[in-house]
Design a protein around this ligand. Structure first.
Ligand code: SIN
Ligand code: FE
Length: 293
C-alpha cells in the first residue's frame, strides 16, 4: 500500500500506512491499527443518495444489519430499506474478504457479524449523548447487552464521506498500561445481579467476570477527566476513501470529527489468535491473578 500525499500542517497526522514488515495478525494483536489509505469502498450513485442523517430513525446512532438473520434496523423510510440493505451486505463481503485475505488464520473463525452505517456528524450526535455513550471520550469497546466471555471485537471501518472530510480519532496508550491504571477501581461482579440481567434478557447471556471488568474499564476511562484532557493520546485522521482495522476492545480510541462511515464488527475467539496472551482477557487474568470466564 502506498502512503498518501502529506496532510496540510494543521490537520492531525495520517496513521502510518500498513506495510509488510510484521504479519498483519501480529500487528493487529499487539494493538496496532492497520490502515489502508487507498482502499476505498465505493458507493454507487443511488447509494450515495442514502448519505443523509434523515435516513436513520430518530435517537439512533446508526443503521445496522445482521447478515446471518438478514435483519436490517434503523431505516426510517421503507422505500430505502432494500438499497440500504444491499449497501450493508456489500460492505460485509468487502470487509470479510479483506480480513480473511490479510489473515488467513482467521478464516472460518469470525463470528456474529454486524454491519453498520453511521450517518451523523459526530458533533451533532455526541452533544445529545450521555458521557457513557459519548464516543468523543477515549475508551475501549465493551458491549453492555452482548457478553463476550473473552471473544475479541474486530472492527473494519471505511470513511465514505462524499465531501472528502476525514474521520478524526485520538488513539490512546496500550491496553495493559490502561488496565493497570484502573485495576484497583474495578470490582468483581455480583452473581445475583448478572443472573438477573440474563433472566430479564437485558443481557443476551450471563455476563462473565471478564465482561464486567471490560464494561467498568470502558466507563472508568470515559469518566476520567484527567485521561480525557491529558496528552497521552495521539491524533489520527482517516481520509475519505480510506479503510482501517483494529481490535477495538484493545485499542483506546475516541472520535472527534467526521460524518458517514461504514463499520463491520466481527467477534473472534482468542483461540484463533496468533498471540492469545495479548488479548484483553489474558492480560486482565494475568493482572488480577484470576480466571475471568
Ligand atoms: C467508536 O467506536 O467509538 C466510534 C468510532 C467512530 O465513530 O469513528
Ligand atoms: Fe468505540
Amino acid at each position: 500500500m502506498s502512503v498518501p500525499a502529506a496532510a496540510p500542517e494543521s490537520s492531525p497526522p495520517l496513521p502510518e500506512a500498513t506495510d509488510n514488515t510484521a504479519s498483519p495478525a501480529s500487528r493487529l494483536e499487539q494493538g496496532e491499527i492497520l490502515f489502508f489509505p487507498q482502499l476505498s469502498f465505493d458507493l454507487t450513485p443511488a447509494e450515495q443518495a442514502l448519505l443523509n442523517p434523515d435516513l436513520v430513525e430518530r435517537k439512533r446512532k446508526n443503521i445496522s444489519f445482521d447478515v446471518q438473520r438478514e435483519r436490517l434496523s434503523g431505516v426510517v423510510d421503507p422505500d430505502q430499506q432494500a438499497l440500504t440493505q444491499q449497501l450493508l451486505e456489500r460492505y460485509y463481503h468487502f470487509s470479510r474478504q479483506l480480513v480473511e485475505e490479510l489473515i488467513p488464520a482467521y478464516r472460518g473463525q469470525l463470528r456474529q457479524p454486524t454491519t453498520s452505517l453511521r450517518v451523523h456528524a459526530i458533533a451533532d450526535w455526541a452533544q445529545n449523548s450521555s458521557w457513557r455513550k459519548d464516543d468523543r471520550r477515549l475508551h475501549v469497546d465493551a458491549f453492555p447487552s452482548r457478553p463476550l466471555h473473552g471473544d475479541r471485537i474486530l472492527r473494519v471501518f471505511s470513511n465514505i464521506n462524499p465531501k472528502g472530510q476525514p474521520r478524526c480519532w485520538q488513539v490512546g496508550e496500550d491496553f495493559e498500561t490502561l488496565a493497570r491504571r484502573y485495576l484497583q477501581r474495578l470490582r468483581q461482579p455480583n452473581p445475583l445481579h448478572t443472573w438477573l440481567l440474563a433472566q430479564l434478557k437485558i443481557t443476551k447471556r450471563r455476563r462473565s467476570a471478564y465482561d464486567h471488568l471490560m464494561l467498568q474499564l470502558h466507563d472508568c476511562m470515559k469518566a476520567d477527566g484527567e485521561l480525557q484532557n491529558g496528552d497521552s493520546a495521539r491524533p489520527m485522521a482517516f481520509p475519505a476513501g480510506s479503510t482501517w482495522i483494529c481490535f477495538s476492545d484493545q485499542v483506546a480510541h475516541a472520535v472527534s470529527e467526521g460524518q458517514f462511515m461504514l463499520e463491520q464488527t466481527v467477534l473472534l475467539p482468542i483461540e484463533a489468535m496468533e498471540y492469545p496472551e495479548r488479548s484483553p482477557l489474558r492480560v486482565l487474568e494475568r493482572l488480577t491473578g484470576r480466571s475471568l470466564v
